[in-house]
Structure formats: structure tokens, C-alpha cells
Design a binder for this molecule. Structure first.
Ligand code: CP
Length: 308
């Protein structure tokens, strides 16, 4: 791997190698354990052109645990605000000896543009990790979701996984579906109103449900998604109350899934919109462990890209 831009097309063996490597880092990703020197002398630049709490912070922690130097570009105070292009910014950071870019951008394809630019300009030794581009892909979230599912369920071959809500605008849903398919999950359900499901989603090999109760029945894993209003361009939205009534995960709805079903959410959550607080904080929720596993998974991705 030179870059990690998407989970689409990643072979099962590559995903398993990343998850196994993450498992070996899990102790190191705990604060009580010392750093490892795998990225000593390397510079990791976090370029977040869109807001983030979990992804940016866990990438920073992960890079520091690998002993890298971490530079967080303050985009709002950078010269992009004066009209400097994305690729000129990249060229200048490469001139500062960047070894790896972690890129979040609201434009789908921005990390691809950077990777292609690096290739064309003969700097293929600089790695790019997509930390979420538009509605397209969020591969490290997909991988940490797979890590979480494997941690709690062990075996992917018998699972029924439901993804619920605004799948149309969700880069997480797309990255999860590609990874779940690669790992051999036999049944993936996409649950949501017609208006929030991509037109061609059936081609991804998922079963469509518009009724939440029907969709979560007998599921092993339920992945809840936020309404991504920032990507809806002024579309007529249901009120939070209307949406919660039809698609909010409550204890009553969760009871229709398998008794040992786990509840996941990539965050940020909107309590009382897509998920009830007692479910988000309940015994079946693994939402905070997802965040913790994200550190080890991002350590694994960066160390593999760097050739370790
Ligand atoms: N899951 C996720 O991408 O969260 P942030 O937007 O906080 O990084």
C-alpha cells in the first residue's frame, strides 16, 4: 500500500493484516504503554479542511505513539484563506519534508487529487491517508468499524449487519459496506427512507428496508448514522421529532435485534434524532470502544504505509 484512499477493492487479506496489526498495537495505544519507534524521524501532516473531533485527534495520538512528528495545519489560519490552492499547499508542505498527509476535505476526491499530484511530480514516497472526503469514503472509520465488529463478534461469516439512516450522504456507510463485503458478511441491510438511500445501492449487494423495525429484526450489529444536514444543500428535511419516530433507535426497537446485538455509531451523535440516549449509553452500545480502537487501527494504517 502506498496510500489509503478507500476500502473499495481492498483485498480481504489486506484488511485482515491491518486489523491484526492494530490488535498488536492495542496495548501501545493505551496511555500506560510506551511509544514504539516505527515512524521516528517521519513528519505526519494533518490537513483537516472540515471539522473533526475523533478522526483528527486519534490520528494525532496514533502518529505520536509511533514516534512521528505531527503537524496539524490550522486551515482557518493558513494561506488557503488567501486563495492558495490545495496542491500549492501540498507542494509547500512537501518542501518542508512531509512524509505523510492525513486529509479530510468536503470535496469527494480531494485525497485522490493529492495522491495523483504526488505521483505526477515524482514524490510517490509521500503517503496520503483519506480521513473522509465529501460523501465518498472514510476508510479508517470503515476499518475501525471492522475491528470493533471482529472484537465483539469474532467471525464475520454468520453476521447480519444493519446500517441505518442517512446512507445517501454517508462516506462511512460506503466504506463499511465495501469492507463488510470483502470480509464475507453474508447479509448487509440498508435501512432508511427512500430519499436517504443512494439510487444504485442494491448494486452494492445490500438488502433495502424502509421500515426500521423490520430491518433490525434478528440483526447482530446495528450501525446508526447521523442526518448529514451539511451535505443536503437545503433539501426539505423531516423534523428531528418526525425522523426519530420513524428511524430513531430506541430500547423498544433494539429489542427486536438479537439479544447480544451491538450498537455502533461513527459519531458525532445527535441524541434524540437517530438514537435515544439510553441506547447510546446502554449495555449494548460499543460507540466509545470504537473511538479507542480507532487509535490502534490508525497506528496500523500509518505504520503499514510507512513500510513497517
Ligand atoms: N467519525 C468521525 O469521522 O468523527 P469526526 O468527524 O469527529 O472525526
Amino acid at each position: 500500500l502506498t496510500h489509503l484512499l478507500t476500502t473499495e477493492g481492498l483485498p480481504r487479506e489486506t484488511i485482515e493484516h491491518i486489523l491484526d496489526t492494530a490488535a498488536s498495537f492495542l496495548e501501545v495505544s493505551d496511555r500506560s504503554v510506551k511509544k514504539v519507534p516505527l515512524l521516528r524521524g517521519k513528519s505526519v501532516f494533518n490537513l483537516f479542511f472540515e471539522n473533526s473531533t475523533r478522526t483528527r485527534t486519534t490520528f494525532e495520538i496514533a502518529a505520536k505513539r509511533l514516534s512521528a512528528d505531527v503537524i496539524n495545519l490550522d486551515v482557518a489560519r493558513s494561506s488557503t484563506a488567501k486563495g492558495e490552492t490545495l496542491l500549492d499547499t501540498v507542494d509547500n508542505l512537501v518542501a518542508m519534508h512531509a512524509d505523510m498527509f492525513v486529509v479530510r476535505h468536503n470535496a469527494s476526491g480531494a485525497p485522490y487529487l493529492i495522491a495523483e499530484h504526488l505521483r505526477r511530480t515524482g514524490r510517490s514516497e509521500v503517503h496520503v491517508v483519506n480521513a473522509g472526503d465529501g460523501r465518498h469514503a472514510h476508510p479508517t472509520q470503515g476499518l475501525l468499524d471492522m475491528y470493533t465488529i471482529r472484537h465483539y463478534k469474532r467471525d464475520f461469516s454468520q453476521l447480519r449487519v444493519a446500517i441505518v439512516g442517512d446512507i445517501l450522504h454517508s462516506r462511512v456507510a460506503r466504506s463499511d459496506i465495501h469492507a463488510l463485503k470483502a470480509l464475507g458478511v453474508p447479509e448487509i441491510r440498508a435501512i432508511g427512507p427512500q430519499t436517504l438511500l443512494p439510487v444504485a445501492i442494491e448494486k452494492m449487494g445490500v438488502r433495502i428496508f424502509h421500515d426500521l423495525r423490520e430491518g433490525v429484526r434478528d440483526c447482530d450489529v446495528i450501525i446508526m448514522l447521523r442526518l448529514q444536514n451539511e451535505r443536503m444543500n437545503g433539501a426539505l428535511l423531516p423534523s428531528a421529532r418526525e425522523y426519530f419516530k420513524c428511524y430513531g433507535l430506541t430500547t423498544e426497537v433494539l429489542a427486536l435485534a438479537k439479544p447480544d446485538a451491538i450498537v455502533m455509531h461513527p459519531g458525532p451523535m445527535n441524541r434524540g434524532v437517530e438514537i435515544a440516549s439510553d441506547v447510546a449509553d446502554g449495555a449494548q452500545s460499543v460507540i466509545l470502544p470504537q473511538v479507542t480502537f480507532g487509535i490502534a487501527v490508525r497506528m496500523a494504517v500509518m505504520s503499514i504505509l510507512a513500510g513497517n
